[in-house]
Design a protein around this ligand. Structure first.
Ligand code: MG
Length: 409
């Protein structure tokens, strides 16, 4: 029997059992039983190298970020021939524990989580479940988000401090904004905090403001600008920055200073006094959703930014559930340096109804095909395809990819 017929027959049976109401999770439950004999037969670990079209400079904390990055990945094969992939930094020993196990045995569908030896590094298992059940991952995660996911380009760093740009950085800045627009963006995140480490304080602060003014003048009023200081200011400095930049309509301020409930509340109060709509965002360095509890209870942040790959789907959903306890608090996962994390965020954006924006680090690879993922007018789309909807170009994979391990049952 073909998989589609298989699903159709279990669907009919389930429909009858619950009086014709086709509860999607009952459907998934029935299908999961049908796939009990599908086992994981092989897991290949590899490094997916990615690149940017530009050299990305410093931020307030770290030196030049360069034009390369990498996702550590796994590829899973099953006895039914269905394959899956995902980012995974779990060690070989943990990954080996998947071998011989039923492909859907980790999937706790009602809790929307994977209970597996990979822990929070479960993305490939979500892809696998989606491919077997013929559902996009966002649907397995809840499917409560909008059809289009708001997105921003997070790659506007300190191009003015790259020696090769020193004389023409304003042109380079305008080119980077144009490139973001051409890439479908209507929002960018701009790094600030030059005065923390790389410039004298007053000169660095003045440059931060000049950069934001230049972007507003170049991009126009209908372009969203967020700023990220990587904790390069303190509360007083953040107030100083916003006193100058606030009238330019800043969408959000991120990591202006190391976050405390007290300082974040003071920042929010300052913004409210001025009548600005600027959101206060923070949290990329938090290690678990529970760290956000006090901030949510006090409504000290508008946007929670747990890291997409570090949290994984399960913990980002937990963070979103926590955020939902206070109306108006949104989730915007941090995602720098990861192409897979970008696609993961888009699935989260389609899964939850309190999603703010996805962070796009403009990374590329020829090894992965992402047909149906688009970016236009500031929104991204996700293909209505099983799993993550990503595919490997086998020829490019064979040529370009470094295999870390190849484990078979
Ligand atoms: Mg940040």
């Amino acid at each position: 029997m073909k998989r589609r017929d298989f699903l159709a027959s279990s669907l009919a049976a389930t429909g009858a059992a619950i009086g014709g109401a086709l509860d999607p999770f009952a459907r998934i439950a029935a299908a999961a039983d049908d796939f009990a004999d599908v086992k994981i037969t092989r897991v290949v670990g590899f490094d997916l190298l990615t690149r940017r079209d530009k050299l990305v400079g410093r931020n307030s904390r770290l030196d030049v970020h360069g034009d390369r990055s990498m996702d550590r990945m796994i590829r899973i094969s099953t006895s039914s021939g269905v394959e899956a992939l995902g980012p995974c930094r779990a060690g070989e020993e943990q990954v080996a524990q998947l071998l011989g196990r039923p492909a859907l045995s980790f999937f706790a569908r009602d809790e929307r989580r994977m209970n597996s030896p990979l822990g929070r590094r479960s993305t490939a298992l979500w892809d696998l479940a989606g491919r077997l059940l013929e559902k996009p991952v966002y649907e397995l995660l809840g499917g409560a988000g909008g059809e289009r996911v708001p997105v921003y380009d997070g790659s506007i760093y300190f191009m003015d401090l790259l020696p090769q740009r020193a004389d023409n950085w304003r042109d380079q800045l305008r080119r980077e904004i144009d490139a973001a627009r051409a890439d479908g963006h209507r929002a960018v995140k701009v790094k600030i905090g030059r005065g923390k480490r790389w410039m004298e304080r007053a000169a660095g602060d003045a440059r931060d403001i000049e950069v934001v003014q230049l972007i507003r003048a170049h991009a126009g009023q209908d372009f969203a600008i967020g700023v990220d200081a990587n904790n390069g200011y303190d509360l007083a400095g953040a107030r100083r920055f916003l006193s100058a930049a606030g009238p330019l309509k800043i969408a959000f301020v991120e990591e202006m200073f190391p976050e405390t409930v007290e300082d974040c509340l003071a920042m929010k109060a300052f913004i409210a006094e001025q009548g600005w709509q600027t959101k206060v965002a923070d949290g990329e360095s938090q290690r678990a959703p529970e760290a956000f509890r006090l901030f949510v209870e006090a409504a000290a942040l508008d946007v929670l930014q747990g890291d997409m790959k570090h949290f994984g789907f399960e913990l980002i959903l937990a963070e979103a559930a926590l955020a939902a306890e206070k109306p108006g608090i949104l989730v915007a996962p941090h995602n720098w340096g990861s192409l897979l994390g970008y696609y993961m965020q888009l699935h989260v954006g389609r899964a939850i109804d309190n999603f703010y924006m996805a962070e796009h680090d403009p990374l590329k690879t020829d090894v992965l095909r992402a047909d149906g993922y688009t970016r236009r007018d500031g929104y991204a789309t996700v293909p209505d395809r099983p799993g993550l909807g990503l595919a490997i170009d086998e020829a490019k994979f064979a040529d370009d990819v470094k295999i870390n391990f190849d484990l078979r049952a």
